[in-house]
Ligand binder design. Structure first.
Ligand code: LLP
Length: 423
């Protein structure tokens, strides 16, 4: 039994009743299924194996960097895709081998590059001329050369939400192919830079295979050209982005994705890197909340939850759709009435769903926001001085807290007073 299913009329995480978790840890509460995480990872890896490929799976930690989640993947041999020094420390603390860490992102600071160099990471995915200058300067200062892959901007439309599309020329990401000669010239001149590969990532929550094929083809063609010019390339990083089905999307399966990758790299004889995030964790987590009040407005019915936009910002930030699953299974044929499902924060943008058809629900009942394992807890804030949702992991019939709720004293102690106010 894995993931989130109804059993005996109650919603469970693996074999554990969510009511039990709500009582034990309180709400709002993120609940992760370890078996669902493991199954997603194993299926992704098997899809590539069946194509004869053994990519280094660098889990994109930004999707969910809870130590328990990262350790689950690290123990299966995963590497990590990091975008900050904080993620570097989290990856190492979770047992990810340093030589399986790829450092991505458009704004790496010299300090972050130094820390990653000291840790001995696999490589840096570079995104611009000025960033290459900084990488070269850090390498010179350390008297070594840095393994660098160029992230290419292939100008491909990922057909996803505009805020998470990264592969078009107007996006800040990747090296524009028009300035590639200039970039290669810089690398030639700087002994501190060792070009070892190419990378691409065109966006997140991709639900079509065609943009992948276009981006991979662009990357593979460039790889061939640069090899022919004598560049000692060894690897291709295909990025992440594989979507999940929040509602009725039909994203490519991992098998179809691996097939597209295999078709693009056929005959290249290079190492492969993948950076999946959402696909490995999205469906393996829910946000469990309690209904505080049912408020009947003149225009709408509002379900006011104890979770808010500070816990899960995706609905208001991306108009994202998360399924709402009452913990008490609704009777078959229960009448559905539209409701706005909102949080207690003082903003009209604090909502999880609007005009959502829902069965009758009462105050005190628990409700789960599904597919909240990716970009949920990691995007939480303490807005309105709300401690973010606690986190718990379930594995079969076992469960354990993986991030206790922040207490108020700790929340307040993060601030300190200037001398003149300490009287
Ligand atoms: N690699 C790079 C270079 C990335 O920028 C990203 C995500 C990934 C890999 C992982 O992508 P995934 O497999 O998770 O789609 N907060 C947004 C998603 C932002 C994605 C940012 N980059 C959301 O909640 O939808």
């Amino acid at each position: 039994m894995k993931g989130f299913t109804y059993r005996g009329g109650r919603l469970h995480a693996d074999a554990v009743e969510l009511d039990v978790l709500a009582e034990t840890y309180g709400t709002p509460l993120y609940v992760y299924s370890a078996t669902a995480l493991e199954a997603a990872y194993d299926r992704f890896q098997a899809a590539f194996r069946s194509q004869g490929l053994l990519p280094l799976i660098c889990y994109a930690m930004k999707a969910n960097s809870n130590q328990a989640v990262v350790t689950t993947f690290a123990q299966r041999g995963a590497g990590a895709d990091i975008v900050s020094e904080g993620e570097l420390h989290r990856a190492l603390a979770a047992g990810v081998a340093a030589d399986k860490i790829v450092f991505a992102g458009v704004g790496k600071t010299a300090g972050e590059i130094r820390a990653a160099l000291k840790a001995g990471i696999y490589r840096f995915n570079a995104e611009s001329l000025p960033e290459l200058e900084t990488l070269a300067a850090v390498a010179d200062e350390a008297g070594c050369s840095l393994p660098v892959a160029l992230r290419i901007n292939p100008d491909v439309d990922a057909k996803t939400h505009e805020k998470i599309a990264t592969g078009k020329a107007e996006n800040k990401f990747g090296v524009d192919l028009k300035i590639l000669p200039e970039v290669l010239e810089l690398i030639r001149q700087r002994p501190g830079l060792r070009l070892c590969g190419l990378a691409v990532h065109i966006g997140s929550q991709l639900v079509e295979i065609a943009p992948y094929r276009a981006a991979f083809a662009c990357l593979a063609a460039l790889y061939r050209d640069l090899k022919a010019e004598g560049w000692p390339l060894e690897s291709l990083d295909l990025g992440g982005g594989l979507g999940i089905s929040y509602r009725d999307e039909t994203p490519p399966t991992p098998e179809a994705y691996a097939e597209a990758a295999a078709a693009a790299v056929a005959g290249l004889e290079c190492d492969l890197i993948c950076e999946p995030g959402r696909h490995l964790v999205g469906a393996a987590g829910i946000l469990l909340a309690k209904i505080l009040y049912v408020k009947q407005g003149s225009a709408r019915r509002f379900l006011i939850l104890d979770a808010a936009m500070n816990d899960l910002i995706r609905p208001t930030l991306y108009e994202a759709w998360h399924e709402l699953l009452p913990v008490r299974q609704p009777a078959a044929g229960a009448p559905l009435e539209p409701a706005d499902v909102v949080g207690p924060i003082c903003e009209s943008g604090d909502y999880f769903a609007r005009a959502r058809p829902l069965p009758p629900l009462a105050a005190g009942e628990a409700i789960a926001l599904s597919h909240a394992g990716a970009y949920g807890a990691v995007m939480a804030s303490t807005y309105n001085s709300r401690p973010p949702a606690a986190e718990v992991m379930v594995r079969g019939g076992d469960f354990s807290p993986v991030r206790p709720r922040l207490d108020y004293a700790t929340l307040i102690a993060r601030d300190c007073l200037p001398e003149w106010l300490r009287r």
